[in-house]
Design a binder for this molecule. Sequence first.
Ligand code: HEC
Length: 147
Amino acid sequence: MLKRGVLLAVVFSLGACGGVDPNSPLGKRKAIFKEMLNVSEDLGGMLRGRIKYDEALFVEKAMQLDALAKTPWQHFPSIKEDEKTSARDDVWQQQERFQELARELESTTARLVASTTQPPLNESVLALRVQSVEDACESCHKEFRAY
Ligand code: HEC
């Protein structure tokens, strides 16, 4: 029974990915979010010892994340445009709150970048900054993303 449930879940999630046009607003914001996840996982990974800490690479990825953090929002049209979205209807009904959390993320990534401008970098400060970026992702997802 359990096995069958898992299999069905896999089939459904494959189906959901397959139907998204990469040039649609949904396709574009999904691609950006995935990229943000990759970059933020690399930053966290370097500080937590999952991958090798490389200061120059860390600085570069922090800037990359800061640039990316400004870009998903323009790909949310003012009216819900795609039934395949995993954004909750609240994204469109609570625009102000959604934008507020978007600005919050942008300020956490800006602070992260600010902490990388003066060598030698302090890894425990960086860890706090990365943590607040991750918290900003999570608090928006809690309110606005349907899993
Ligand atoms: C202001 C709100 C907000 C913030 C901040 C935010 N997200 Fe999201 N995220 C969303 C919403 C809404 C979706 C669903 C998008 C859709 O399906 O239309 C989403 C979807 C995603 C997805 C799934 C993409 C896919 O393939 O379906 C990933 C991965 C993701 N976000 C990563 C992140 C990461 C990493 C951060 C922080 C660095 C972040 N998000 C910050 C709102 C946010």
